[in-house]
Design a protein around this ligand. Structure first.
Ligand code: GAP
Length: 441
């Protein structure tokens, strides 16, 4: 392994081990020995992913007048994939080792088999679409596909959205959902999976190159700002332009937002200028008029599409990596802490009674816990000493720990300990919700 890869593997190993131990991410079908390229999100992971998707929705749909949401079916009429070009062009070059018969993506290896050094076959194209069959009668089952990208569910509904809303160009349709790809070499933890989630915006503009490129630049900027606003470190983000030979079959211009995983830059999101590819092809294949009527100019045309397409699982992975710290808590004592943005943290706070065997402390702590749970995901812990509980919450990324002690009974306040600074302050019990709300803004 080259030293660069080894370093990356080091960080991925640490994060995947923490992820399994603490219930963020488990290998899919774990007790059966797993299934390559599939992952199951545990109690903390599901919250992290849900928070990410909620933040995406807030920024891209809820806070905007020019974007609406949609949730289309995963399985679509197979003609969709003929029209979109996925059956012809959605493929990777595959080579096979003539000795051990292991298969690899030709663009990821050199001239020999990385496993046994054997000679390789000539590359052949391998389609990434995952086939499935619908219907109950053998021989009459419809062969179709699990969607390879969530994009097409939006474009086939372009007319439905126009007819059922008052949206006028320029406007966008956002979607979050699962996609499936028969990746030749799934790996690097969740980075390349066969089942994963995407969060996308398809933004329709007039078919004018200058105007559409202005939107392209605008959305590039917005998506970068979104990652930064959720705490990703700026030095670990960059844009990478696709060269003409790297462009996908539909793209006129494309930039990746990349994350620096230790010393390697990895794709996290793509911003693509799709021209009018999707609407033109769906109009041609469905024979349904998908043109837009511009009331100002009285013209009919097919719109251009600017797309932002991010991976929820990749983002979750990179946020975990970015937040992962091993540091000295006090002299001679190390801690592992996930410094996740409070908006992304699975648990917003943990509540502890100082002592488990003092019913009056447990009762008051329980009241605070039950009250906070109405608004947020909150953890409860009454095991072991407070120091150990802090460390357990640090690993889970919980930003605030609230301890009820004997002073709380007399003075009506608690200790709130901040995950990152480890500083403690006293906060009135009645002020805790407002305190948390302010920190979660
Ligand atoms: N609609 C355009 C599209 O799907 P893409 O670059 O193929 O473009 C967009 O995918 C994003 O989806 C990627 O930037 C990545 O975050 C995520 N993604 C793609 N393939 C993935 C895989 N095998 N595992 C996890 N995430 C993946």
């Amino acid at each position: 392994m080259n030293p660069k890869k080894e370093k990356t593997a080091g960080m991925l190993e640490k994060v995947s081990s923490l992820a399994k131990r603490r219930g963020f991410i488990y290998p899919g079908s774990d007790i059966y020995g797993g299934l390559a390229g599939t992952w199951d999100y545990g109690p903390l992971g599901v919250e992290l992913k849900r928070n990410l998707k909620n933040e995406f929705w807030k920024a891209m749909v809820q806070s905007r007048d020019d974007v609406v949401g949609i949730d289309a079916a995963i399985v679509m009429n197979p003609r969709v994939w003929e029209a979109s070009g996925h059956l012809d062009s959605f493929s990777d070059p595959l080579v096979e080792c003539k000795k051990c018969h292991h298969r690899f993506r030709a663009d990821q290896i050199d001239t020999k088999c990385p496993d046994c050094g054997g000679p390789l076959t000539e590359p052949k194209t391998f389609n990434l679409m995952v086939e499935t069959y619908l219907g109950v009668i053998e021989g009459e089952k419809l062969k179709t596909y699990l969607r390879g990208e969530i994009t097409q569910g939006v474009h086939v509904n372009f007319k439905n959205v126009l007819d059922s809303t008052r949206m006028k160009l320029p406007f966008g349709v956002a979607q979050v959902g699962k996609a499936f790809r028969n990746e030749i070499t799934p790996g690097e933890f969740t980075f390349r999976s066969r089942e994963f989630e995407q969060m996308e915006l398809q933004f329709y503009t007039k078919p004018d190159m200058e105007e559409s490129m202005r939107w392209f630049e605008y959305w590039k900027g917005e998506r970068r700002k979104w990652y930064l606003s959720l705490g990703l470190r700026e030095e670990n983000l960059r844009f990478k332009e696709h060269g003409k030979d790297q462009l996908a079959h539909y793209a006129r211009a494309a930039f990746d937002i990349e994350y620096q995983l230790e010393s390697e830059w990895k794709e996290m999101e793509g911003v693509h200028h799709r021209g009018d590819w999707d609407v033109r092809r769906h109009q041609e294949y469905s024979k349904v008029d998908l043109t837009y009527f511009d009331e100002e100019t009285k013209e009919r045309f097919l719109p251009f599409i600017i797309e932002t397409s991010g991976g929820v699982d990749r983002a979750a992975l990179f946020f975990l990596v970015d937040a992962y710290h091993e540091e000295e808590a006090k002299e001679g004592e190390m801690r592992t802490v996930l410094k996740l943005h409070p908006k992304l943290a699975p648990m917003k706070a943990a509540v502890f009674p100082l002592l488990k065997n003092k019913p009056e402390l447990v009762k008051l702590a329980r009241t605070i816990y039950d009250d906070l749970k109405k608004e947020w995901m909150v953890a409860w812990d009454d095991r072991g000493n407070i120091g150990k509980r802090y460390f357990a919450q640090d690993e889970a990324g919980t930003p605030f720990c609230i301890t009820v002690d004997f002073d709380s009974l007399e003075k009506g306040d608690v200790t709130v300990r901040d995950r990152d600074s480890m500083k403690q302050e006293r906060v009135k019990i009645s002020d805790i919700p407002a305190y948390l709300r302010a920190k979660l803004l």
